[in-house]
Design a protein around this ligand. Sequence first.
Ligand code: P6P
Length: 339
Amino acid sequence: MKTTSPLTLGEFIIDKQADFQYTSGELSRLLSAIRLAAKVVNQEVNKAGLVDIIGAMGNQNVQGEEQQKLDVFANEVFIAALNNREVVCGIASEENEDFISVRPGENSQKSKYVVLIDPLDGSSNIDVNVNVGTIFSIYRRISPDGTPVQLEDFLQPGNKQVAAGYVVYGSSTMLVYTTGCGVNGFTLDPALGVFYLSHPDIKIPFKGKIYSINEGNYIKFPQGIKDYIKYCQEEKEDRPYTSRYIGSLVADFHRNMLKGGVYLYPSYSHAPKGKLRLLYECNPMAFLAEQAGGKASDGFTRIMDLNPTELHERTPFVCGSIEMVEKVEEFMENARRNQ
Ligand code: P6P
């Protein structure tokens, strides 16, 4: 019986290159750089419990959060992989206050892409062996090719994204991405160091049973969110809901993508814009969700239509199955009307 081995990520990237008009192969090389970095980070995440890489370095990142060694390591790996391949002209990272202009004056400045990245999301879970992830977002620069990259190249609305994806480092490590032609998932064979196409054309179910939110913040939530949570908890035939919250966006999002569900990180009294970052967490996840037939908003407005003004700005985030996101929006609108 003839068995064909599943497509590798490298083969898939090349095959799909044809989806892009006038492509120079630059995006393919960019995605390959991310693929390489993901493998290197996976190695360290998977042995984090074995070597003394756990624990804070005593530094704090721009978010004022305790910087875990793996955070720093992952950031350096992705930046190096993108730098060395001369595939981007600029990089913005959760771990860096300002954007990085990649080797100004050299070939990189001719590259037409910029990348925004959360190198290790959910890093507070590293010490307890819960899934963590990398999230990335890719845009075409808007400043003239060959000139130093500008802040405006990064402050673009999510609807201008060229590609987006995440890596979830867990029981198995997966890379899931879109270039605007659907969403595909690849599982790493650690023995061979190869990502194989394992989840072709992912579609998020129109409705689901899982809502993911940190209910510890319940009393601080806006009324519309409180009303939605109570709606889910009512003992009624049409309320099959259950709560699942891992505390790692990539892990919660990935489960909801495959099974259906809604992830919510709303604004609350201590965080009027919520906690998640628009540019390198919410926009890429929104692009993936929409490409998989889901939806993403801030409770009122489509995430990918928000116009960013700052590199590290936050936004309230509701993302997942269309029917569930729209139910949240309904409660938010009703609460706004009744204010
Ligand atoms: P909380 C991790 O720090 C993160 O950015 C997301 O990955 C995760 O969903 C969220 O924050 C958890 O935040 O406030 O519920 O602990």
